[in-house]
Design a protein around this ligand. Sequence first.
Ligand code: KG4
Ligand code: ZN
Length: 368
Amino acid sequence: MRDQPLTVLGIETSCDETAAAVVRCTADGARIVLSDAIRSQVDEHAAFGGVVPEIAARAHISILDRMIETAMSEAGVGFEDLDAVAATAGPGLIGGVIVGLMTAKAVALAAGKPLVAVNHLEGHALTARLTDDLAFPYLLLLVSGGHTQFLLVEGVGAYRRLGSTIDDAIGEAFDKTAKLLGLGYPGGPAVERAARDGDPARFRLPRPMLDRPGLALSFAGLKTAVRTAAYEAAPLDAQAVADLCASFQAAVTDVVGEKSRRALAAFAEAHPDTPPVLVVAGGVAANTAIRARLDSVAHDAGARLVAPPARLCTDNAAMIAWAGIERLRVARARGEILDDRDAAPRPRWPLDDTAQAAYGAGRKGAKA
Ligand code: KG4
Ligand code: ZN
């Protein structure tokens, strides 16, 4: 399909990554990440075992202008070459969201360009179209430090949340388990490393929500079960820590695997004539055990598993720029002008809200 080319600057500040990127969609539909600047705040938060909102907001303020400068110069474009500025307007830590959105508004205003206020989850949801040119519809499993949910992605702005966690996100459960066992932050990679030498059958941990139908998930109880098991086995030697990590990871893997099987069945019911595709995104997608289970679940369901490269499926600004491009293309096709210049930053913003126009009804829900 020939279209007008679009070049968009994206800005992401909703958690602990300060990122700016320039993405272009050419007239013949090719997608090019012209630049993708990112700085993680892991060092600032490591001492606290998790992200501290106030520290995150201050770190975004001190570095965002330089990240934008870097993204623009690496892309080799000037502000006059942009078609729009896209920024995450939520959901996320509100201090950081305010910094990114207000900066984007200032840049857009000064450059005389429209602003696209992007839902961070929409950024994750559409990334597979940037990286793999995927057609709608597909199933998305988003598993990160802040989010755990299954989404039916049926079009730009047409998202149906099939199920999500009712308490902690999976990454958060990994981080809290690591903190409890003294393994440092971020916890996911540390737990996975420790689990390699562990016995997953030594500790009998629960598989929360598997006994109930549906796609809701829960990880708070599992985290508590790890704490109880750790106290009972104390003092912990290296083998006990490894066994606890392996047992925890096995429980999470069982839950994610079974829920994914059910989600693929729900996809097949909603779209019986579409070859099923399961896209996995978020930092937890890096976990080898979880990835292997998803592979086998997808295989059993006759589905293709698509996992965008880690750099683009964890938090980044290219996905925000790309979501901006997708929304601009839809607006243009409808003959509408898109400019969210008066958008407000939102700590909570369920993706289904965005779907109101497509579905006629939105649903409020937990951030995760
Ligand atoms: O997507 P992401 O980079 O940032 C957001 O949370 O938005 O995800 C980070 C999360 C952290 O909770 C981290 O512990 C987890 O992903 N994570 C992992 C692994 N690598 C990162 N969890 C399990 N296994 C891993 N290998
Ligand atoms: Zn994210």
